[in-house]
Design a protein around this ligand. Structure first.
Ligand code: ASP
Length: 428
């Protein structure tokens, strides 16, 4: 057991080390080699880009088959419609509750600090313009939950449609007697194979993470933060408070030790940070929830993919802060009703949009339009969004796994021996 702990520690430390080295290499390139065609073309745009993107692709490759098999297995394993109803009810309620708290934190911090007031953009001609694609209408989002074509949903990695299809297939398997059992057994075996594939891809993580970090920081540097430091620090502070305060509060209510949770989430957090994608992190989140935190597969396989799609606590925080920042920068006064609209829109915007890099800034345009803020104001915060995206994705993913743990604990579907065992789980 001792050796296993050491191995796990060293792997987590290895990823962290590669992440930091990647960040430093990126910043150095940005500072000293921004003009070097060779480095920019062959190293940043070539090697780092190719290896980093291939690693991301490999992670994404796991998501659909893993969610499909593990969710059907989970639903068949639940063997109880009432439990499925309760689990979704609790998960939805917790996602909603934490998102509302998150955006309120964002608004509260930004309003109390009065960020954005010195910008005076009301009469300024913005030199850069931000335009965005149209956000989908709410009715279409609801209708879109139902797949019209299962292979199509799988091919497009449409998470909500996949979840819906899995629920129906799971129910049908339960109703199909002997044949159903055969199908369930095959899906179970395929799931095991997929888990082995997760481990193979994970073993390449340090190199993938290094390249992703090096490329991002070589392109962005960290100097981009300076002009809008007040915005950046406010988002960072609200994210930290939510991460520590809200999630610890949830864990204490559910009688779980929050420190154990955070310790076991380390590698998942690093994946979320370096990929900026809740969706791409799904395989790691499921693995961590099941093998490290002791959550039963029937809950983890359902709540995590659902959360990756509809729960975005970190994104909601950014949207709250951004709304106040841009309103102040343009000298626009928002009413109490406007703030309520911002909260409602931000919650709705996260439902139906997948957890992929940069989606939060697209849905922010939807929030702005609703309260009459100039969408082109988004150009002002775009420069730091890459870095903020990495940070908010950590909070998004942590929120998904935290909710999963709380739902599992209250459903009696959590193995506390595994939760408490520091060496439980695989070495990722
Ligand atoms: N990148 C975030 C995520 O995957 C979404 C966002 O852009 O806020 O969770």
């Amino acid at each position: 057991m001792m050796q296993n702990t050491k191995k796990k520690m060293s792997f987590t430390v290895k990823i962290l080390l590669y992440m930091i080295i990647g960040l430093l290499v990126g910043v150095l390139i940005n500072t000293y080699a921004a003009e070097s065609n060779f480095i920019q073309y062959y190293l940043v745009g070539g090697f780092f880009h190719i290896i980093g993107s291939m690693f991301l692709q490999a992670l994404k490759m796991l998501v659909v088959p893993l969610v499909f098999c593990s969710l059907i297995g989970g639903i068949v394993g639940m063997n109880d419609m009432k439990m499925l109803g309760r689990t979704s009810g609790k998960a939805f309620a917790l996602f909603l509750f934490t998102t509302i708290i998150a955006i309120s934190f964002g608004l509260f911090f930004a309003i109390s600090l009065g960020i954005g007031k010195g910008f005076n953009l009301a009469n300024a001609n913005m030199t850069s313009h931000y335009t965005t694609g149209k956000a989908p209408a709410f009715v279409d989002v609801i209708i879109g939950f139902m797949p019209s074509n299962i292979p199509g949903a799988l091919a497009n990695a449409n998470m909500l449609q996949i979840i819906m299809a899995c629920i129906f297939i799971g129910l049908a398997i339960m109703k199909s007697g002997k044949s159903g059992k055969k199908v369930a057994a095959s899906i179970e075996s395929f799931n095991e194979v997929m888990m082995a594939l997760v481990h193979i891809i994970m073993s390449l993580a340090p190199y993938g993470v290094f390249c992703l970090m090096a490329k991002t920081f070589a392109e962005q540097g960290i100097g981009m933060v300076v002009p809008i430091i007040s915005y950046f620090l406010t988002v960072a502070a609200a994210l930290t408070l939510h991460f520590v305060g809200t999630f610890s509060g949830l864990f204490l209510v559910a009688r779980l030790n929050p420190l154990t949770f955070i310790r076991k989430m380390r590698s998942t957090i690093m994946f979320a940070f370096s990929t900026s994608s809740s969706n791409a992190t799904i395989p790691v989140s499921i693995e961590t929830a099941e093998t490290r935190l002791g959550v039963h597969n029937s809950i983890a396989s359902f709540v995590i993919p659902l959360g990756a799609t509809i729960n975005m606590n970190g994104t909601a925080i950014m949207q709250g802060v951004a709304t106040v920042f841009i309103a102040n920068a343009y000298g626009i006064t928002l009413s109490g009703l406007d703030y309520v609209t911002v909260i409602g829109m931000s919650v709705l915007a996260s439902v139906g949009t997948a957890g992929v890099p940069g989606v939060g800034i697209v849905t922010l345009a939807m929030v702005f339009t609703q309260v009459g803020l100039p969408v082109e104001g988004i150009a002002l915060i775009l420069g730091v969004d890459r870095l903020i995206d990495m940070m908010r994705t950590v909070v998004n993913v942590t929120g998904d796994v935290a909710t999963t743990c709380v739902v599992a604990k209250t459903e009696g579907k959590m193995d506390m021996a595994v939760y408490k065992d520091p060496s439980a789980g695989i070495a990722i």
